[in-house]
Design a binder for this molecule. Sequence first.
Ligand SMILES: NC(=O)c1ccc[n+]([C@@H]2O[C@H](COP(=O)([O-])OP(=O)(O)OC[C@H]3O[C@@H](n4cnc5c(N)ncnc54)[C@H](O)[C@@H]3O)[C@@H](O)[C@H]2O)c1
Length: 383
Amino acid sequence: MKFEDVKKITMIGAGAMGNGIATCGLMAGYTVALRDVEQRFVDNGVAGVKSSLAKFKEKGKITPEAHDAALARLIPIVDLKEAVKDADFIIEAVPEKLEIKQSVMAELDKYSPKHAILASNTSNISITEIAKATSRPDKVIGYHFFNPAVLMKLVEITKGAKTSDEAVQIGYELAKKMKKVPVIVHKDSPGFIFNRVNEPSTLLLSLILQDGHPTPEEFDAAMKPLMPMAPFELMDYVGIDIAYHSLDYFAKVLSPEYKPSAAMDALLKAGTLGKKTGKGIYDWSAGRPTIDLSKATKEYDINHLIALQVNEATKVLDEGVAESVAEIDLAMANGGGSPFGPFALAQSIGYNILLERLENLYKKFKLEVFKPTELMKKGDIKV
Ligand SMILES: NC(=O)c1ccc[n+]([C@@H]2O[C@H](COP(=O)([O-])OP(=O)(O)OC[C@H]3O[C@@H](n4cnc5c(N)ncnc54)[C@H](O)[C@@H]3O)[C@@H](O)[C@H]2O)c1
């Protein structure tokens, strides 16, 4: 199959990500079937699509005609066989569990046309493992959008062990057609690029929580003037459970040092998960927490966090997960809130400054995850 042959996309799972990705497909001119296991979930997904399209229309990003035409191309559906029988490109965004992903992929393999590409929006799970449930691992790709999918530009396209270049290329061109910024992940490795580069910072937060020093507010106060949302505040905003499970996953697949601290455990067990429960590290019952900037710690600054990102990015480069410095920076700048990737930041801040921060963390916590890499020590990476 060639990219031009892709006419119909089927979205499996109409949750937060599913309805966002479906909207992207509709706006790019495709017919999109949106499938979930029960009508009420499909209805929720359709409501999400309608709301996003209405906002784009209000802001003048699409014309009223394009809005109506996009909605007319949406096929809300529960019947799986019907949803995939004539699909060319199928994207699953069902819950993040290998067993669920594999059983969904096996069904897709059984009922969809032989030429169809099966893409997974997994945040972390191995594409090679997911593909094993199918008879067409050459046509299975990772297709990782970021939340909210209608706004965030990055799509990480991961090659599993048996994925063909052709499947990756079709995914790449489709993402471009959806006005996204696709980045190819050449090696199917934990967290792909974006989540992997950010995970050491989450580990640092978990360790600081455990130490009790500085307090989250003292730490956040030092970072907040330079970030749209301070790190602990963000952890609460996204959910302590999400941070916990990603650390737990990295502990299993990358290094046991990522194991969530007892303090994270306690928050999880108490059900104080952050914004969604009204309390986490901060109290959210009266809205966004107030952080007293006068409490800023002198022990940490933003360069500690950047140093962790750059160091992990050098591992991603060295292991061949991403092809180049430019690709890593492209992924990092388009998946998150920063306008620059870690290598561009390192070049402007100076590797010597970041190395000093990293050595400081390495000495303090004595973890290999924080150990400066050779590339980091050399510090002559050109962007
Ligand atoms: N939420 C995020 O921030 C985010 C970001 C990037 C990637 N992801 C990944 O996207 C995937 C989905 O996440 P989400 O946040 O949209 O979850 P969600 O819980 O909002 O939605 C999942 C949907 O899948 C449906 N579902 C379950 N089994 C199904 C099946 N067999 N067929 C069809 N639908 C089925 C559920 O009913 C639910 O509506 C996960 O793999 C997650 O890791 C999430």
